[in-house]
Design a protein. Structure first.
Length: 338
């Protein structure tokens, strides 16, 4: 997919590694997950009760602790490289849809205790490594408790309400971590009203037959319009950049809401989930946009079910995205040195 950069006004040393390994062990013990497990094979889409669909690329029973450790270590190295160039890394860890709708899974399919604890385990390891993040699962649980849906029924993506609530939590974290944002206050995006559109979710559209699609039906999506007061030709630099998969694409509203909250432009690049977070970050730091204007804050969106899959996860990412961890790190170093 072509890179997308949205400014809202426009559309480790050995000793350190040893300490991280010991801290990771503490997290695993605390969450009762005592070993590394390979990901089990699953179908592309899980057909649940009452027309609910779930992406099938995360295990319902097993947790790859070793992969989580490796990913955390690599993120920590990226954090240090970015920090050396004055860029603050903030990790946005999005939880799995099944955590919120386990009761809609097919009969006989449930989440194991280890998988239920996986999100907390990853948060613990990120915290032990000193990587800035927050508990988005808790944010979304509170939203669901208020009676709002946090994911669409036939789609892998979150709702507008979830994107807004997560943007609020992210804005608070940036406010805590960054004393003063660059740019002129009040240049964030002016949000327009919400409107509804009725269509099939992506899991239904992409993976179901015509008859199956009719059975699950369309659903209503809430989408925020562009405010008429927004200046579409304003070239103000964005001190915050968001990189990730399709959850953070402008359609679902996260970057626009974040821009409005911090009062500054926010840029974003994203690609489908099968490309993976590793190549998407490289696409940004290797781009002319990054070379021309480096952000003060880089928000890197990761996804709980695939967090354990490093840049070398052959057969899981798109073939063009596969590379060794060392090759990925070398490309990041090269991009940052320009």
């Amino acid at each position: 997919m072509i890179q997308r950069f949205l400014a809202p006004h426009r559309t480790v040393a050995a000793g350190m590694l040893g300490r991280l390994a010991r801290r990771a062990a503490v997290c695993a013990l605390a969450f009762g997950i005592a070993g590394a497990h390979a990901q089990e094979t699953s179908s592309i889409v899980i057909k649940g009760k009452d027309g609910w669909l779930f992406p099938g690329w995360g295990s319902l029973t097993q947790v790859d602790v070793r992969g989580i450790d490796n990913t955390t270590r690599l993120i920590g190295q990226a954090r240090d490289l970015l920090a050396a160039r004055g860029i603050k890394l903030e990790v946005l860890l999005l939880p799995d849809k099944t955590l919120f709708y386990e009761d809609r899974l097919p009969d006989g399919q449930t989440l194991s205790p280890e998988v239920k604890a996986r999100y907390g385990l990853i948060l613990c390891k990120l915290g032990q490594a000193g990587i800035s993040t927050f508990d988005d699962a808790a944010v979304l649980r509170q939203l669901k408790a208020s009676g709002q849906e946090v994911f669409y029924r036939t789609d892998q993506h979150w709702t507008q309400a979830s994107a807004d609530a997560t943007a609020e939590a992210m804005a608070r974290m940036i406010g805590r971590d960054v004393a003063k944002l660059d740019g002129r206050p009040g240049t964030g995006m002016t949000l327009g009203p919400l409107f509804n559109e009725r269509r099939y979710g992506d899991l239904a559209e992409l993976f179901l037959t015509a008859d199956e699609k009719k059975q699950v039906g369309r659903e209503v999506y809430s989408v925020r319009r562009q405010a008429e007061s927004s200046n579409l030709v304003d070239d103000a630099p964005a001190p915050v950049h968001v990189t990730g998969h399709s959850m953070v694409q402008p359609y679902f509203g996260f970057p626009q809401k974040l821009s409005s909250l911090i009062g500054r432009p926010v840029s974003v690049n994203w690609n489908p989930g099968n490309v993976g977070p590793w190549i998407v970050l490289l696409e940004y730091v290797e781009s002319p946009a990054f070379r021309q204007q480096r952000p003060q804050v880089l928000v890197w969106q990761m996804f709980e079910p695939t967090f354990a899959q490093g840049p070398d996860a052959s057969g899981l990412w798109d073939n063009a995205s596969i590379m060794s961890a060392n090759a990925w790190l070398d490309r990041l170093k090269t991009a940052l040195s320009h």
